[in-house]
Each structure stands twice: as C-alpha cells, then as structure tokens.
Design a protein around this ligand. Structure first.
Ligand code: NAD
Length: 477
C-alpha cells in the first residue's frame, strides 16, 4: 500500500480527499508494462494512432461532466476548468491534423557525394514521463502527452498532488478510448516524481525552477532528455505612446487571470514616465472593480489561491515590498473567506529591484509598477532577472515595439497585448535562462521533439575500396 496524501479543497480549506502515492516498485512495473505495449503502439501507422486519439477526444467529451466537476473542486474555478477541457479536446484535433506534414518524406540526394542519398527515420522515445503542476492541472498534464502519444511514445503521467481529483474521470476516458495500455497515470508527490525520473526514457516537466533543477540532475545522471517548462517573472514595458485603455486592460488581465497562478503572468510592469501617473491610476480603478468569486462561485473574476503554501509567498512578497518603501495602492492582504484564501488585485508603486516582488516569482495577482525614462533603461530593467520565460511590450509604434522585443532576453514577446503564449500555441518558443530547457513545446517542434533522428544512408555507386585510403599514391586534391 502506498503512502496516503491529504488533499485540501481550495474553496473551503477542508481536507476532503486523499490519494495513494505510487512507490518506486509500482512505477517500475508500470513503466515495464508501458514499454511492452509501446512496441505495438509504435508499429501502428500515424493514421491509426490518430484515430485512437480522436477516440480519446470523444470520450473526454462524453466524460465532460465528471471531469469538470472534479477539476472545478481541484482549482476552485468554473469557467477556466471548462476552457481547460475544451482546449485539450481542440489540441487533440489540431495535432492529428498537423502531424502528417511534420514527418520526413522521401529521399534526398547527397550534396558532397551525388551517389549517396539519405532519408530520415523518426524513432519515438519509448516511455515519456510527464510531471505536471497544480495551476492548470488538466491542460499541463495533456499539453505534452498528446503530441508524444501521437508520435508513438507511451506515457506515464504524474499530476500534482495538490490537484489530483480530475485523474479518476480522466482515467475512465482513457480506458473508454482503449488507450490505457499506453497512457498510464500515477498519483503522488515529489518522491513519486523522482522515482518516475529514474525509470522513463525522457521527461517532460512543468513546474518550479527549484524542482526543475532536481529533475534535470536526475535526467542528466541517466543521460535521458529533460524538457523543462519552469517559472517566470514576465515584464511588461509600456511606452508613452501606448493606448492607455488597451495597456491597462491587458496589464490587469495578464497579471490576475487565474488569480495570477500562471507561468506567463505579467509580474513586473515598467511604464514610461510621461504615462506613469495616468497608467497607475487607471490600473487601480480597473483593479478595484474586480470581484472575488466569493461567496458565489458563479459570479466574479478572481478565484481562490489553489495551494495554501503559495499564499505565504504572496504575503512575504507584499510585506517585503511594503517594509522596503513600496506603496500598496489596492488589495495587499490575503483574505480568508469560508476557509479559502483569496487575494484581491494588488497594485504596488515605488518598487525597486531590491524587493522580492521584482526578483522572485510571485505567482499571484500582484502588479508592481515602476517608472522608466528611456527605452534602454526599460530593456535593462526587464532583462535584470534570473528568468527568461516571456515578456510584453505596448507601443503606438509596432515597429519600435518589435525592435525592443528583439533586445529582450526571453523566449516569447507579446506586442500590444500580454501573455499571448497562454492562448496562441502555433509559434515555436523556448524558455530562456532559468525558465526552462529543451525544444519548444509549441509549433512543429512540440511534436517533432519526441523523435530521435535515425539516418538511413544509401550508396548507389560502388562502395569505396580500401585502396582509396592507402598511404601510397596521390593525395586527394
Ligand atoms: P513544483 O515544482 O512544486 O511541482 C511540480 C510537479 O513536480 C508536481 O507534480 C510535484 O509533485 C513534482 N515534484 C516535486 N518534487 C519533485 C522531484 N524532486 N522530482 C520530480 N518531481 C517532483 O511546481 P508547482 O508549485 O506545482 O507549480 C508551480 C510552478 O510551475 C511555478 O513556478 C510556475 O511558473 C511553473 N509553471 C511553468 C509553466 C511553463 O509552461 N513554463 C506552466 C505552468 C506552471
């Protein structure tokens, strides 16, 4: 019997569920089973695997009510839970449509030797381990799983122990689609995740930088690839020629959507001096108008903090900023309502880069706003970070915004909007600096990275004899 782990309900703080954490021997035998089943799975052609994944899209739709009711308890959010499920179903259909064009076709004649031609064979990793966080539990469990399955890999998924309720109805949908031999789920915490890293053939990890480093070290010791999608401290630069209504709308949405519990949330805002006062006062007006989804979960915009320990980080960052001279203009205090923890949109002014709120990931609805004079200063401030996930630039001059984007040390930049990587998945992006490692999970490489390249090289003329390499005779020109 595995260790029992308690699960807290984010809306009322009650421990109302438990999970059995898988142990190392459970993981080893699950990987063995998946490894055997993958031999059959990879022999199917892409059309057959596509059909099986489309069946999963159908069974996810049929299990909609059960998955959503569990996911809504896991996250305390209703509409976003529905968007997560709809997004996963759409992503299955999207990958199935694109995949045939992302595989190699035919032979290529050699350039250096016209008699030699080559073709690529794409060989999937047999068993991919997926480890996901609590902020978008379903989306981030499936985002790498779907293209990897389509590529011919088997999957062992370990979702976060903080939000595990959606797993049981998800497993039902997987079983109904006939995929449980190649797509298995284990429950558990860090110990379980670390055991998974010790057995699979490649790892897709989404989570914090601190855990990402441990996963990377485990993968390095086994010489298996680690695809890491980690934390961020995304900056937004607003130039004085920006549309103030658009900029404040996007700043607010980008910072507080999903209670700021998103890796691509805006966590630092830099506004050019002539616009600064007006920007801050408009942002505060809009922040004040945002409502908690309490007491009615069907009304309001900002849900509970999912993970109670995260509330401690939010409080620590706000208190550190206040103690070091920042002004708290809105929100500013974690509130307990009915046992759940909530933070209203919190605008901070007079912040500096010595404060935690400008350096470490906050992961909450907190908007520290700082003034700058020149574009070079804004670029230097935005780049003064351990993180390099993404960023945003607002300007009335798109070419100038693009020029600034080219100087930001991050993997994606939204122009005249914020956090576009959360809604648009077609552009390849990698995480820079400590925000991650490995090929893009978006765009073509989101599928192609699950294959190792095997070269098939054919000689069409007579093979060279050893005499071609003899020390006697003329040297090659
Ligand atoms: P976390 O690192 O605490 O946990 C993530 C997962 O790793 C969980 O399933 C956890 O059980 C597991 N885990 C913990 N220790 C482990 C170990 N030693 N070995 C293997 N697995 C282990 O992160 P979290 O608090 O669940 O998630 C929030 C973090 O995720 C934030 O930093 C956020 O920015 C990041 N995130 C990044 C992206 C992205 O795409 N870049 C997306 C969402 C969240």
């Amino acid at each position: 019997m595995g260790r029992k782990l308690d699960v807290r309900n984010p809306r009322n703080g009650m421990i109302d569920a438990t999970i059995d954490a898988a142990d190392e021997s459970g993981i080893a035998s699950a990987v063995e089973r998946l490894r055997r089943a993958q031999l059959e799975w990879v022999r199917l052609d892409l059309t057959d695997r596509s059909r099986r994944l489309e069946a999963l899209a159908d069974t996810l739709h049929q299990s909609r009510a059960d998955i959503l009711s569990a996911l809504k308890i896991d996250t305390g959010r209703l509409r976003i839970a529905e968007m997560e499920l709809a997004g996963v179903i759409a992503s299955i259909r999207g990958w199935v449509q694109q995949a045939p064009d992302l595989l190699p076709h035919g032979w290529t004649q050699g350039r250096s030797n016209l008699a030699i031609r080559h073709t690529a064979s794409f060989v999937p990793y047999p068993v991919v381990g997926v480890i996901s966080p609590w902020n978008f539990p379903l989306t981030l469990s499936m985002i790498d799983t779907i293209p990897a399955l389509l590529a011919g890999c088997a999957i062992l998924l370990k979702p976060s122990e903080v939000t595990p309720r959606f797993v049981t109805p998800l497993e039902t949908a997987i079983k109904s689609a006939g995929l449980s031999d190649v797509f298995a789920i284990v429950q558990g915490d860090g110990e379980t995740g670390s055991a998974l890293v010790a057995h699979v053939d490649a790892v897709c990890f989404t989570g914090s930088v601190a855990t990402g480093r441990k996963v990377a070290a485990g993968c390095a010791a086994r010489l298996i690839p680690a695809f890491l999608e980690l934390g961020g401290k995304d900056p937004l630069i607003v130039l004085s020629d920006a549309d103030i209504e658009h900029a404040t709308d996007a700043a607010l949405r980008g910072s507080i959507l999903a209670t700021g519990q998103a890796c691509q949330s805006i966590e630092r805002i830099y506004v050019q001096r002539p616009l600064y006062d007006q920007f801050v006062s408009r942002l505060c007006e809009k922040a004040d108008a945002v409502r908690l989804t309490w007491p009615d979960p069907n009304d309001g915009e900002i849900g509970p903090i999912i993970f109670d320990k995260q509330a401690e980080t939010l409080t620590a960052h706000i208190e550190d900023a206040r103690d070091n001279g920042a002004r708290i203009l809105t929100g500013g205090r974690v509130e307990n309502h009915g046992g759940g923890l909530w933070l209203r949109p919190t605008v901070l002014a007079d912040v500096t880069h010595n404060m935690l709120v400008m350096r470490d990931e906050t992961f909450g609805p907190v908007m520290p706003v700082m003034a700058f004079e020149t574009e070079d200063e804004a670029i230097a401030l935005a780049n003064d970070s351990e993180y390099g996930l993404s960023a945003a630039v607002f300007s009335g001059n798109l070419a100038n915004a693009e020029e600034i984007a080219s100087k930001l040390d991050v993997g994606a930049v939204s122009l005249n909007d914020t956090s576009l990587t959360g809604v648009f998945f077609e552009a390849e992006k990698q995480s820079f600096k400590s925000s991650g490692l490995g090929a893009s999970r978006m765009g073509a490489s989101g599928f192609q990275r699950f294959f190792r390249r095997k070269a098939i090289i054919a000689q069409t003329a007579a093979p060279a004899s050893i005499r071609s390499f003899s020390e006697t005779g003329d040297s090659p020109a």
